[in-house]
Design a binder for this molecule. Sequence first.
Ligand code: IMP
Length: 429
Amino acid sequence: MPAVVLVGAQWGDEGKGKITDYLAEQADLVVRYQGGNNAGHTVQVGEEEFKLHLVPSGILYPGKTCIIGNGVVVDPGVLVQELEELQRRGIDTSGLRLSLRAHLILPYHKSLDAAEEERRGAGRLGTTGRGIGPAYVDKVARTGIRVCDLLDPEEFRQKLARNLKEKNEILTRIYGHPGYSLEEILEEYLAYAWKLRPLVADTGRLVNDALRAGKKVLFEGAQGTLLDLDQGTYPYVTSSYPVAGGACVGAGVGPTAIDAVIGVVKAYTTRVGEGPFPSEARDATGDYLRRRGAEFGTTTGRPRRCGWLDAVILRHAVEVNGLTGMALTKVDVLTGLSPLRICTAYRYKGEVLREFPASLKVLQECEPIYEEVPGWEEDITGARSLAELPAGCRAYIRRLEELVGVPVDIIAVGPRRDQTVAVRDLFSR
Ligand code: IMP
């Protein structure tokens, strides 16, 4: 199993950082393929906690090649800062590579993100404000500026001057923003270019060479299936493709290269930002999950909306990603909560829906249909095999597998690296 894609199966924040970190130990290359510093992956190594936004979690192991692929939008200031912080904490970052083809986030993207959100008023999307959407808009409009342009000062100046003319007009005339000076951005960004130049590479070639050489490659998705531009709860989505297919587009490999796709599933559901969420628990259970699960955004610090596990969402994730298995995270958060509920279908205008609807208007009116299962009281944070999990916990996992139709391959029973139960060995299966 040389190539494994890891994707969020819900609305992001499923604990992908921990699972990537766990699988990265066995991988030779770890590749980010979409999104940007809207992501926040928390990884606990011993007593130390790392919060990564752009750099793949594999960086925490020495000797791995970590790639920021062409599908990622890169805020170079954030990348430089993240690298310097890792180096300060003694992490070897020499294995990091940045795609020549990745698009840049520029200061005006961040201002536009904030201004557009403000203008949406009650209809705001709840973006992370990092300029992600406006940067992808420029990419699709074919006016984006890429890492390869940043390395060529004359090219960068020309493209930036052309873009600034338009962006300053929009910012000043529509949004009352003072606009940006060409020279200031140039000075700031060319300083980043100088620092990032040694990392820049044709990363698609690196990944394909590694695959040909039989190396193990882990594609690390950010956000989640329901935040996918096409398969998610549009328009309450991010502007990229977190689904497994995004790994091909955003890393520069063909679909035939992928051997396994693992959906990271949190044992309950959370969502940040706006939009419908049928199994949301707006009661004491929601507060309990938020507190026990420390459900506050890694990137923005916002409290996450919390609710029960939703099998309708997970069946959608199985289909649109071609999931071969699941990694179930934060199972320990459910300890002591009984009975547990799993949403198995939705009720919409008296009808039972088993498939995830495309229309948000429909989703908004969906009532969850719950199945109740007994919980467990025993502490599971010390379990390292299925047999060490209490019967109630094993039954919950079995029921989830039946409802969703794919096996659970990995179970996280705590935040630390070692607090993991490997049901199957993914890279050598
Ligand atoms: P954007 O990606 O900043 O444009 O935000 C669009 C939507 O995606 C908002 O609802 C964000 O809260 C959500 N979002 C973006 N990145 C993440 C993430 O890493 N985890 C969870 N939600 C995210």
